[in-house]
Design a protein around this ligand. Structure first.
Ligand SMILES: NC(=O)c1ccc[n+]([C@@H]2O[C@H](COP(=O)([O-])OP(=O)(O)OC[C@H]3O[C@@H](n4cnc5c(N)ncnc54)[C@H](OP(=O)(O)O)[C@@H]3O)[C@@H](O)[C@H]2O)c1
Length: 262
């Protein structure tokens, strides 16, 4: 199986911690040059410096940018792509705050739409021309199982994730003929700071203890445990690889079997 990413340049958004950081490591292990993007420079620098370099010529870097400032993001990533064309884009960012859909106001929906869908779209527009010129590209969006089964008390997130999944499916059909694949990875409960945020929200809204909330969540997972971020990252890295060339337009759950839909 061809998993070799030597000579490929990957941009991993949300690459400073959690699933993004784990994906950056897996892609680097497969030989890619990786640029990690997020809002805080110190964390990014630390990750980029520590990324594996199994190939002597591998060069990793970082980009400080904010998915909520679309104009600046577009400018920064266009400049990066002009300097070193990108063949792999991992769209990934922080999840929207919790709460019921009915209680959220327009500004919360607009902020999440911007940070997720519009940021992804802007980044795709920056990198797709280079991918088309090379006849090879991978766009992988880290979304959520909520695109298939909405999750209680994540109203804004459920709504925006659905839009991202539909956008990605549309893009996969538009770009498939150019040698570019567009796929989604849907993480289940994964041990990161986002999961802690969800646990804290549920403790606050239910009045139950963290142990009780955590036990209830685990009871819904056939694997009986939360995921390690590396398990989600492995799926991202596989979809980025040459071996996955004929996989296009899918939403791959990495959820320990939690989703009940087929
Ligand atoms: N963990 C789970 O159980 C789980 C389950 C389903 C779906 N997901 C989704 O998967 C994605 C990644 O999850 P995670 O658990 O790895 O999240 P995380 O640990 O919270 O990491 C989020 C990453 O995104 C960056 N980020 C946040 N806001 C940003 C912004 N406005 N602009 C640029 N970068 C930004 C963060 O760095 P800075 O803060 O420095 O910018 C960080 O690198 C999220 O969308 C999450 O909702 C997670």
């Amino acid at each position: 199986m061809d998993l070799d990413l030597t000579g490929k340049h990957a941009l991993v958004c949300g690459g400073s911690v959690g699933i993004g950081r784990a994906a950056a490591i897996e892609l680097a292990l497969l030989g890619a040059d990786v640029t990690v993007l997020a809002r805080h420079e110190a964390a990014l620098r630390e990750v980029a410096d520590a990324l594996p370099r199994p190939g002597d010529a591998q060069r990793h870097g970082w980009l400080v940018a904010d998915g909520n400032d679309i104009a600046a993001l577009r400018q920064q990533v266009a400049a990066l792509a002009a300097q070193r064309p990108l063949q792999i884009l991992v769209n990934n960012s922080g999840g929207p705050p919790g709460g019921r859909a009915i209680d959220a106001d327009a500004s919360q929906y607009l902020a999440a739409f911007q940070q997720h869908l519009l940021a992804n779209q802007s980044l795709a527009q920056c990198v797709v021309p280079g991918m088309q010129a090379a006849g090879w590209g991978r766009i992988i969006n880290v979304v959520s199982t909520s695109v298939k089964e909405p999750i209680a008390n994540l109203g804004v997130s459920n709504s925006i994730r659905g839009a991202v999944a539909s956008w990605a499916k549309t893009l996969s059909r538009e770009l498939g003929g150019d040698g570019i694949t567009v796929n989604n990875v849907l993480p289940g409960y994964t041990l990161t700071r986002r999961l802690q945020q969800i646990l804290d929200d549920r403790v606050a809204s239910s009045g139950d203890s963290a142990d009780q909330v955590s036990a209830r969540m685990l009871a819904s997972v056939p694997a009986g445990r939360f995921a390690d971020a590396r398990e989600v990252a492995a799926a991202i890295a596989f979809l980025a690889s040459p071996a996955a060339a004929y996989i296009n337009g899918v939403s791959l759950a990495v959820d320990g079997g939690r989703m009940q839909s087929i």
